[in-house]
Design a protein around this ligand. Structure first.
Ligand code: NAP
Length: 248
């Protein structure tokens, strides 16, 4: 049976690098995006250029009906999902907790933690041997922020990533007997667009001196770890975390 991968937020950054690497390794790839159709179609075209089946599918992971449609589209276009990367994530402008309102918190939690929960649910329903599936693997994209808390910048985002870590631990144990492995990566400072949405496009270069390796990371360096966790080489790894943070 073919391997079918859904990458949420596959249109840019770490998600796009993951889609391209997966296509080169023989996965059929569903490139999810929320708004940037052009970027998603470009990634899907790159996947097809190396011989992989690939489709770009719009869905806001924070919206339950969208998530259901995303998985149904993958079923229809590529076949039953065998791998999921919960990568879609957002930052809001840097501020202290004392200035955060409920609207911001709702947005940050909806995309960064409700989204991964809903996508895990849909993936488990298809992968679980308990439900007639063939098993599978899930990788959640957390962050070093879950460990350090991101004071003065985005404690809300860091807290959501802490919840992603707990989701990874709990779900990994819940479905271990059902043929599904659930792991996570925790990137550090990676060169992507996400820092601009936090209000500081040059953030990685500002903070890189604080990294033991004295540099920021590239999306491809995170994608390589994600692909390893999805692969059969990681067959005894579940409920585990790989930090890609230059020693931070
Ligand atoms: P990015 O370059 O800003 O890309 C974000 C991606 O997520 C885009 O494809 C975007 O789609 C998509 N997206 C955002 N909200 C979505 C939603 N509600 N539904 C569906 N898709 C959505 O971000 P990135 O830096 O690659 O981040 C990817 C993941 O890595 C995130 O979970 C982030 O928290 C995590 N991370 C990043 C870093 C870092 O330094 N970059 C560090 C630690 C963890 P559109 O193109 O359609 O907008």
């Amino acid at each position: 049976m073919g391997r079918v991968l859904i990458v949420t937020g596959g249109s840019r950054g770490i998600g796009a690098a993951t889609c391209r690497l997966a296509a080169g390794r023989g996965y059929a790839v569903c490139v999810n995006y929320r708004a940037n159709r052009q970027a998603a179609e470009r990634v899907a075209a790159d996947c097809r250029a190396v011989g992989a089946a690939a489709v770009a599918v719009r869905a806001d992971v924070a919206v339950e009906a969208d998530v259901v449609c995303l998985f149904e589209a993958a079923d229809r276009e590529l076949g039953r999902v065998t791998a999921l990367v919960n990568n879609a994530g957002i930052l809001e402008p840097q501020m202290r907790v004392e200035d955060m309102d409920a609207g911001r918190l709702a947005r940050v939690f909806a995309t960064n933690i409700t989204g991964p929960f809903l996508c895990c649910r849909e993936a488990v329903r298809r992968m679980s041997t308990r439900r007639g599936g063939a098993g599978g693997a899930i990788v959640n994209v957390s962050s070093v922020a879950a460990r350090v808390g991101s004071p003065g910048e985005y404690v809300d985002y860091a807290a959501a990533k802490g919840a992603v870590d707990t989701l990874t631990l709990g779900l990994s144990k819940e479905v271990a007997e059902d043929g599904i492995r659930v792991n996570a990566v925790r990137p550090g400072f990676i060169y992507t667009d996400i820092h601009a949405s936090g209000g500081e496009p040059g953030r990685v270069d500002r903070v890189k001196a604080s990294v033991p390796m004295r540099r920021g990371g590239q999306p491809e360096e995170v994608a390589a770890a994600i692909l390893w966790l999805l692969s059969d080489e990681a067959s005894y790894a579940t409920g585990t975390f790989l930090d890609l943070a230059g020693g931070r």
